[in-house]
Each structure stands twice: as structure tokens, then as C-alpha cells.
Design a protein around this ligand. Structure first.
Ligand code: ATP
Length: 852
């Protein structure tokens, strides 16, 4: 008895006894052969190789283009992209690609590859008769692979031959099913929700700018240090080149009907990437270019299936990074790009020197990244801004605010409440660049406006001590940054705005499930969003299966799976109240208490409100209780409640907003349109915004046929092609891959169109069977371990219950059509096995197939 598949199977649904360890072994065995992609049905697993493999160049696009729904194609991100695009074209349905995984797993690279593929294969004109494949070679492309690879052997079915470096292996088990596992709906998605809690914008067809980004907040940096040269000018009166024209968003470029410059839209889609990365990405210890926000990009396609518009929605921007970064991490790239790229005279005019002079950049002791040229990136970012029609005046306004943020970070406080500023210089700089009166700015940092609980219209200015003032200072910096971020996202959306009806391909690049040694409010929110995404994943997968059974005229069999609704309700439920509801209730009543007392009250209330729940564990219910555990679908996570209330409150401080609204720069005032004297509406909390965002996402994604990419980070040292099994197994667990496989296998492990099935497996016999019945008769005679119950015939497909049957059929096929190759593989297998044993069981695989 031998194991044939020591190289791992390309569809994990075919693993005989799936466990987290076994899945890891399979992925590892493939990774050793530079096969970074593996399927679970139509779900794609992508392992980051930390090395450019020659598998994503234009010739690979051609290879996958028009391949029939990914059938027979080895697992590849382009196979998935092709399936999404083709299904949109053929079935006139919106599609979405949901990419998840931990930091550094390769989500952003995967998202870029999807965009690269879709922009390349779609037509360049919004009318005419080309249906895909008309993409221009001039379209800028992500440089994800080298072009030095040999030309593919043809279009459509052209598959790479085995043996080459980075080449996919021969399709095992007949490739992935054409359909199945996904539900579909015809209509394009509904209009988006409103923008940033400033009231919904008027509906414009199915596109609107400004999704509700749910901000995360919190984190207080210690007071600033660092020298700052004296201001060249003081106060708002001195304004340099900025009497600045009214800079509010330029009128959207209205598009609709057939007058769309598709090539321009493709350019905007691809060029907006470096801009979004500049304002939303940063170096972290895990990833030099880590996205610190979630992004959902929808590309809109017209009747000619050309991209005619788009829409970006952002989620969970980590704005605490503006004021605090841990050691060896950086702030958002844009700050360093500005310092490296701005001309010297503007830098002098704005009081800018070097990164180490500004506390917000200097605290982490990391201001540069190996192999990154911030000055060159600055030029790229400016060009991208120009592409999306941000005028040069507006660009100046944006960078001046960023400069102001750096000076804000250098303001330090001392003394009793109200705290006084230690050195006026940074305050003067900040006030000057923000067009505010320095005294007004100072007062808005050392006094906080508090509304009376009993008499709602009464406001009090409460003096703040140095710590509290530092907290307000950081709130100012974070608010300014967030508004710039939103402004740029809105302008990207304006540049892609399309008014006609359209179907979409959405690409969601969002943090995956997070479990650290210490988990805080941020992980709680991220994991909640992931619970919601898991919910729609299960829902759509089960419904997709149901639909397929129905279409195939087969009797539905119940699929058993863990329904995580119970966990979602535990977090966001109203009646009985979930954790978020309890948190919001506590936050409403704790304005006057310090952060630690508020967290204690939250813990008390949580223990009282949710006494017993099968998915909530509170081991310490005494007065020192400070953590709770949620049993998530992917595993248990313990959350420390420290700063939960502070972060959840995410206050927009009235004093700060009023000061900025008084700015003599119309651009800055326009970023703060809210009416702060309107006391009627209760301030929204961070968890409220996250619930809203999650609802919005679920609504958008549910209107599409989903495609999933689960990204895996193979090691923590960013080493090329190195695979640490324990790290991977952890991710396999938290990505819920085992559950994926179970759901997918609970009915049939394999399904294939009748023609494709009979063409492949009919070759086992001297006389090819003409139909399913003949096939079953012959195969049960040929393979003594194969029973007729293993097969079921639908209207268009043949279904096979267990992977073992598929493996046996594959063996019979191979012995028949390539007996020498078969012997060689058996030999190679034995050699590989010896090697594996010598390496003490590295990726040791359990028997997948028995050769007799
Ligand atoms: N398919 C790939 N081929 C080559 N290198 C890759 C690939 N995927 C990822 N990488 C490398 O890994 C790095 C991290 O990838 P990426 O930024 O996409 O991770 P991420 O999951 O988006 O992380 P984060 O959540 O922190 O944003 C990339 O900058 C790149 O160097």
C-alpha cells in the first residue's frame, strides 16, 4: 500500500479525514513545491510565498481567460477571478471576492491581482460587442510576476505542464465543480448607506460616495518631546499661499449611459491603490506595508461588461496609529512621504524638519523602511491625487493639515487643571497651519465641553489636567487625520462615480480573525465583523448547495454545520442585550468618571446582564474582574476590558470641532460640517458604527455571488518559501477551513458536469460508457471497493459522495492511460516518503490513496 499524493491534493474537499493538522500538512506539501494555491471547492487558499513567483504575468492572464468557469484549471487566483468575471458576464449577476487572513498573509497582494485580472480581461469601451478579453495591454498592472515565463500553450483550456518551476500540477480529481457552493441573485446591489453619520446623501442610482466608516479610537501617547523651530508666522491672519479657494469636493464627474472613458476608470481603479496605501497603510512588526483599514472596492460594469465606475467603502481605520505606534512600527506612510518629498521652501514655511523631530513619528524609533523610497512614493501619490482630480490647491491643503498634525503631536502640558502648554511653539505652528486662533486652540485642548445630563442644553467647560489635555490633543490629531482620509476616499469615489445601472464585482480586503496574547477592543470589533462574514459565508454556501440540488432535481439532504448566530447575538443582540449593547449603555452614563472606573462598571454590568451564556466565559466575577472570553466560531478569545469604554466612546469633542470650524481656511472648516449645538442626537459609539458598517457590508455582499480567498502567512520572519507548520495550523483553525470542508463535504465531495466527468473517467474502460448508469455499472465491476451508492445523477452533473472513490477512480484512470507514469509516481512517492521520514515527519501525509 502506498500513498500517492505526497505532494498534497489541490482540492482539500478530497482529504479523507480532514483535521486542522492534516489540512496544514496538505498545504505544506504543496507549498514545498511552490504551489501556493489550493482549493476547498470554490474557496481559494493562498499561501504567501514571500517571493515573486513567475505565475501572475500577462501570459497567465491569457491562460485563464475564458477557461470554462475554472473547470479543470489548477487552483489559481486568476481561475477565481475568471470565474467571478465570467459568472458576472454569463449570468448578469453581481459578484464579490471576500479576502481574509491575518496581517501579512497576502490579502492586499491578492486584491491587486484580482483587479489586475479584471481590468486586463474586460473591454476598454463601454459599448460595442466585445465580451471580455478586450483589455488593453497598456493597462497598468500590478507587477506580481515576471514576464520571462514561456508563452502558454493556448487560450482557454491551456494549462501549464507539470514539472516547471512554480507551475501548477496536473489537475487531480477533475478540477473544481463549475458551480455549486454559491447562491446567486440577479439584481445589482442596492444603494449604499449614508456617509459618516452626517446624514445620508441623496441617492444617485446605485452609487453613492462615503460609506459609514466605523472608526476605532483610543490609545493615549505620553506628552511630546522634540525640538521645533519657531514659527515663521503666527496666527490665522498669516496665510501664505492659502487664501485657498473654496476647496470642498469638486462636482462629481457625472457619468452614465455610454460616455464613459473606460481606460480612465481602469487607471483610477489601479492608481488609487498607492494613494489609499499612503493614507491607510503603515509599517508594522508583521508587515512593512500593512493595511490599517478594511476596504471594500466595488467595480461597476455596464452592459458591455466594461468597468465604468467604482466605489470604495472603508472600515475600521486604525486612527490610533496617528498618535501612537509601538516600537519598530511607523505612522501612516504619507507623513514620511511628505517629509521626504516636499520642496524645501514649503517645508520651511510649514516648520517641517525631519521625522525624528516630531513625537508622532519619533516615538517608535523607526522612521524608514528598507527598500522603500519615500520621496519617490510621494511623487507617485501626488500623481494619483491628480488622476483622481484632487487639484494642486487641495493637495496643498491636505499636506498642510498633515504638517499641522505633526506639530499638534509636539504640544505638551503641565500643571494643574486647566493644564498649561509647556512650550508655545508647536501650538503656534499648529494654529497657524490650521488657520485657528492659537489661544482658542489652546483653550479647546485644556477645557472639555460637557453637557449636563439633566438639563440637556446646558454645557460646561470642564478644565482638564495635563493627561486629559494630552488626550484631547490626540483626539484633535486623530479627528483631523480621519477627515482627510474620508475626504480622499470621497474624492476617489467621485472620480469613479457612475450613474447608470450596473452590476458589480466587489473585492473585500479586511483583517481576518485576530487572536493575540492580549486582545482588546480592536480585536473584539474585528472578530465581530468576522463572525458576521462567517455567518453569510455559511448561509450562502448552504443556500448555494440547496440551489444546486434543486436545479439538479435532487432531494435535499440537511447539512450539519455550526450556526454562529448564537455568537453574533451574544455580541450585537438587543433583547436580551449583547455585549455591545451593555457597553453602549455603560458608556452613556460614565462621562464624568475615569477610563478605569468606566471599564469596571462595564464588567459589573456584563456579569449582571449576561449571567450565563454558552459562548461567554467570565472566570473571575469578583471586583477585580477585567476580562471575558467569547467562544467564537473559530475558537476562544479572551478580551481585556481595559479602555473598552474610552475606545467605544470615540467622542467628537465639541471644543475641538468648534475651533476647527472657526478656521480661516475654508477647506478645514468644510471638513467639519456638523452642527455641534444640536444636542438632540445622542453621540454614536464606535461599536454602534461597527454594527452599522457590518450591516452595510452584509447587505452589499449578500446581493452578490461570493468568492472566497483565505490567505495564509507561512512564517513570521517574512522568509521566502519557508513554512512553519504550527503558525499555519493556527491560521487554518481561525480561518475556519475545517468547517469549510465539512460543509462542502457533508453532501457530496465531488460533482462534475456529465460530459466532463464521462470524458475523463470513461477512459478507464476499453469501451467508454455513454451515460452515468453505464459508468456506474462498469466502475463497480472494475473497482471492487466502489459501490453504486457512491454516485448520484443530477440533471446536468454527476455527484460522488466520498473522496476515496475519486482517488480510486483516479488510480484506475492513471493505470490505464499512463502505466509508466503511474509506476514512476509510485517510485517517486516511495523516494519522497523516505525523505519525509528522514526529515522527521515534515508535512507527513496520511494515506490518501491506496495502490495495490
Ligand atoms: N502572492 C505573493 N507573491 C509574492 N509576495 C507576496 C504575495 N503575497 C504577499 N506577498 C508579500 O507579503 C507582503 C505582505 O502582503 P500583504 O500586504 O498583501 O499582506 P496583507 O494580508 O494585506 O497584510 P495586512 O493585513 O497587514 O495589510 C507583501 O508586501 C509581499 O512582499
Amino acid at each position: 500500500m502506498f500513498r500517492l499524493f505526497s505532494s498534497g491534493v489541490d482540492d482539500l474537499v478530497l482529504v479523507s479525514s480532514p483535521t486542522n493538522g492534516e489540512i496544514t500538512n496538505q498545504i505544506g506539501a504543496r507549498f514545498d513545491r511552490e504551489l501556493i494555491y489550493t482549493n476547498i471547492g470554490e474557496v481559494l487558499i493562498a499561501v504567501n510565498p514571500y517571493k515573486q513567483l513567475p505565475i501572475t504575468g500577462p501570459e497567465f492572464i491569457k491562460m485563464y481567460q475564458n477557461s470554462p468557469g475554472g473547470n479543470e484549471a489548477p487552483p489559481h487566483i486568476f481561475a477565481l477571478a475568471e470565474r467571478a468575471y465570467r459568472r458576472m458576464v454569463d449570468e448578469n449577476e453581481s459578484q464579490c471576492v471576500i479576502i481574509s487572513g491575518e496581517s501579512g498573509a497576502g490579502k492586499t497582494v491578492s486584491a491587486k491581482l484580482i483587479l489586475q485580472y479584471v481590468t486586463a480581461v474586460s473591454p476598454n469601451n463601454s459599448y460595442g460587442n466585445s465580451m471580455g478579453g478586450g483589455g488593453s495591454n497598456n493597462v497598468p498592472q500590478y507587477d506580481g510576476g515576471s514576464d520571462d515565463y514561456g508563452a502558454p500553450s493556448g487560450r482557454g483550456r491551456a494549462l501549464p505542464m507539470p514539472g516547471g518551476r512554480g507551475m501548477p500540477p496536473p489537475a487531480r480529481g477533475g478540477g473544481v465543480p463549475n458551480r455549486g457552493g454559491v447562491a446567486s441573485r440577479g439584481a445589482p446591489p442596492p444603494p449604499m448607506g449614508g456617509g459618516r453619520g452626517r446624514g445620508p446623501p441623496p441617492p444617485v442610482s446605485n452609487v453613492r460616495a462615503g460609506a459609514p466608516p466605523p472608526p476605532m479610537s483610543g490609545g493615549q501617547a505620553p506628552p511630546a518631546r522634540g525640538p521645533a523651530p519657531p514659527p515663521s508666522r503666527g496666527g490665522p491672519a498669516a496665510r501664505g499661499r492659502g487664501g485657498a479657494p473654496p476647496p470642498r469636493a469638486a462636482p462629481p464627474q457625472s457619468r452614465g449611459g455610454r460616455n464613459v472613458d473606460v481606460e480612465h476608470i481602469k487607471k483610477v481603479i489601479l492608481d488609487s491603490n498607492p494613494l489609499m496605501e499612503a493614507i491607510g497603510n503603515a509599517k508594522t512588526v508583521r508587515n512593512d506595508n500593512s493595511s490599517r483599514f478594511g476596504k471594500y472596492l466595488e467595480i461597476q460594469f455596464d452592459d458591455n461588461n466594461a468597468p465604468v465606475g467604482g466605489q470604495i467603502s472603508t472600515f475600521l481605520l486604525e486612527k490610533t496609529r496617528v498618535t501612537f505606534q509601538q516600537k519598530h512600527e511607523r505612522n501612516f506612510h504619507i507623513f514620511y512621504q511628505m517629509l521626504a518629498g516636499l520642496d524645501q521652501s514649503t517645508k520651511s514655511e510649514w516648520g517641517l524638519t525631519q521625522a525624528t523631530d516630531f513625537y508622532y513619528l519619533a516615538q517608535s524609533k523607526c522612521t524608514s523602511i528598507a527598500d522603500v523610497d519615500d520621496a519617490a512614493d510621494y511623487i507617485e501619490v501626488k500623481n494619483a491625487m491628480t488622476t483622481i482630480a484632487i487639484t494642486s490647491e487641495e493637495q496643498t491643503e491636505i499636506f498642510r493639515i498633515l504638517a499641522a498634525i505633526l506639530h499638534v503631536g509636539n504640544i505638551r502640558f503641565q500643571g494643574e487643571a486647566p493644564a498649561t502648554v509647556i512650550d508655545e511653539t508647536p501650538l503656534q505652528w499648529a494654529a497657524s497651519l490650521l488657520g485657528c486662533d492659537p489661544q482658542f486652540l489652546g483653550q479647546s485642548l485644556n477645557h472639555r465641553q460637557i453637557q449636563s445630563g439633566s438639563v440637556r442644553h446646558t454645557q460646561y467647560a470642564v478644565p482638564q489636567n495635563p493627561d486629559q489635555s494630552a488626550s484631547l490633543r490626540d483626539a484633535l490629531a486623530k479627528t483631523l487625520y480621519e477627515r482627510i482620509f474620508d475626504f480622499i476616499v470621497t474624492r476617489i469615489n467621485s472620480a469613479m462615480q457612475y450613474h447608470g445601472s450596473a452590476k458589480v464585482i466587489g473585492v473585500l480586503d479586511i483583517y481576518g480573525f485576530e487572536v493575540f496574547e492580549r486582545n482588546s477592543f480592536e480585536q473584539f470589533c474585528i472578530n465581530y465583523v468576522n463572525e458576521r462574514l462567517q455567518q453569510i459565508f455559511i448561509d450562502l454556501t448552504v443556500r448555494g448547495e440547496q440551489r444546486e440540488y434543486h436545479e439538479e432535481g435532487m432531494k435535499w439532504k440537511d447539512i450539519s454545520f455550526f450556526d454562529n448566530k448564537i455568537v453574533v447575538d451574544l455580541i450585537d443582540g438587543n433583547k436580551p442585550p449583547g455585549v455591545m449593547r451593555v457597553l453602549d449603555d455603560v458608556c452613556k452614563t460614565v462621562h464624568a468618571v475615569d477610563s478605569a472606573t468606566a471599564d469596571t462598571k462595564f464588567m459589573e454590568k456584563l456579569i449582571h446582564a449576561i449571567q450565563s451564556h454558552p459562548h461567554l466565559l467570565i472566570s473571575n466575577t469578583g471586583s477585580s474582574a477585567n476580562e471575558f472570553t467569547i467562544k467564537h466560531y473559530a475558537g476562544d478569545v479572551t478580551y481585556s476590558v481595559e479602555e473598552f469604554c474610552f475606545k467605544n466612546n470615540d467622542n467628537l469633542y465639541a471644543s475641538i470641532v468648534c475651533c476647527l470650524q472657526s478656521s480661516t481656511y475654508p477647506f478645514i472648516a468644510s471638513l467639519f460640517p456638523e452642527n455641534m449645538s444640536d444636542n438632540k442626537t445622542a453621540p454614536t459609539t464606535a461599536s454602534y458604527k461597527i454594527r452599522q458598517s457590518a450591516n452595510y457590508l452584509v447587505q452589499r455582499l449578500s446581493a452578490c455571488t461570493p468568492h472566497y480567498i483565505r490567505c495564509i502567512k507561512p512564517n513570521d520572519s517574512k522568509s521566502p518559501l519557508s513554512f512553519t507548520s504550527s503558525r499555519v495550523e493556527h491560521q487554518v483553525k481561525y480561518l475556519g477551513l475545517l468547517e469549510n470542508i465539512k460543509v462542502k463535504r457533508s453532501g457530496y465531495a465531488y460533482r462534475q458536469l456529465k460530459d466532463v466527468f464521462l470524458n475523463r473517467f470513461g477512459r478507464i474502460f476499453d469501451v467508454a460508457p455513454r451515460n452515468c448508469q453505464e459508468f456506474v455499472e462498469q466502475i463497480t465491476r472494475a473497482g471492487k471497493d466502489i459501490s453504486a451508492e457512491e454516485f448520484e445523477e443530477g440533471k446536468t452533473k454527476i455527484f460522488v459522495k466520498t473522496p476515496e472513490t475519486i482517488f480510486l477512480m483516479e488510480d484506475l484512470l492513471m493505470q490505464k492511460i499512463d502505466p509508466i507514469g503511474y509506476k514512476e509516481r509510485v517510485h517517486a512517492y516511495k523516494e519522497n516518503e523516505k525523505l519525509a521520514q528522514a526529515k522527521a515527519g515534515k508535512h507527513s501525509l496520511k494515506p490518501k490513496c491506496i495502490i495495490q
